[in-house]
Design a binder for this molecule. Structure first.
Ligand SMILES: Nc1ncnc2c1ncn2[C@@H]1O[C@H](COP(=O)(O)OP(=O)(O)OP(=O)(O)O)[C@@H](O)[C@H]1O
Ligand SMILES: [Mg+2]
Length: 246
């Protein structure tokens, strides 16, 4: 019998990241091996300072490893020029951060299509309509960010990440600034994007409920992966966090 190889959207081998030097040096990532499977929703959890954001940023090519190697899709980005990495990011990656990073003077619609407009790529109208419909933004497209609620602004940020159908979406605490209802809606949508559209998502969170929307959780401690959990539930995540001394 042959088994289908797991397709990987991103990888890291021996990923090490040091900040600073000498007495103030901090090893934020300590030789990580990570595989991010395509069409999966991966959550990254761990105590404050354990290296979650650093892992996200180095996987996404926003920051460079000190040692080791990482790849996005089939491209090893380690050692590429800044311009080349920027191109790989543009072609493959969508970002959703805790702060929504919307341009205040642009409408919701203009914010959503901005990455494609910059890249000179046409927006697929059917795909745009589908995203907007599911995110419930249809009657908000002409509004400025300041005229939207926090949850609506975050959904605009998610739509902006999805519109180019990126290979991977990286999200750092995307529901962190939202009330629990808006957060649940957003996470539910991210889960649908994975299940129904085959989107790949990597999300940092410290919230067990948020993490329970994922397919797999990687637990970080002191810059190392100390555990992993498949098909998590909030209760099991909470138990695991208690063991880790939270
Ligand atoms: N730019 C930087 N310069 C120096 N040290 C840094 C820098 N960024 C992160 N660090 C350090 O690296 C370690 C990992 O930080 P990181 O931001 O990845 O943690 P985190 O798990 O995302 O934490 P949090 O849950 O608080 O967001 C920490 O000790 C942090 O102080
Ligand atoms: Mg962080």
């Amino acid at each position: 019998m042959t088994s289908t190889p797991i397709e990987l959207a991103a990888t890291m081998r021996g990923g090490t990241k040091d900040y600073g030097s000498g007495d103030t040096a901090v090893r934020a990532l300590d030789g990580l091996d990570v595989d991010i499977a395509r069409h999966e929703f991966t959550a990254i959890m761990g105590p404050s300072g354990s290296g979650k954001s650093t892992l996200l940023h180095t996987l996404a090519g926003l920051d460079r490893l000190t040692a080791g190697q990482s790849s996005i899709a089939d491209t090893i980005i380690t050692g590429l020029s800044e311009a080349a990495i920027t191109q790989v990011r543009r072609d493959n990656i969508g970002f959703v951060f805790q702060s929504f990073n919307l341009i205040p003077s642009l409408s919701a619609k203009e914010n959503i299509t901005l990455p494609l407009d910059i890249a000179g790529v046409d927006v697929d109208p059917a795909w745009f309509d589908e995203i907007i419909g599911i995110l419930g933004l249809g009657d908000r497209l002409t509004h400025l960010p300041a005229e939207l609620s926090g949850g609506q602004q975050q959904r605009v940020a998610v739509a902006r990440a999805l519109v180019a159908r990126p290979e991977i979406i990286f999200a750092d605490e995307p529901s962190g600034n939202l009330d629990s209802k808006s957060g649940a809606e957003l996470l539910g949508f991210m889960r649908r994007a994975v299940k129904e559209f085959g989107q790949t998502i990597v999300m940092v969170t410290h919230d067990p409920t948020a993490a329970s929307y994922s397919d797999r959780i990687l637990f970080l401690e002191d810059g190392r992966i100390v555990d992993e959990m498949r098909e998590p539930t909030a209760d099991r995540v909470l138990d695991r966090m208690k063991q880790m001394g939270h």
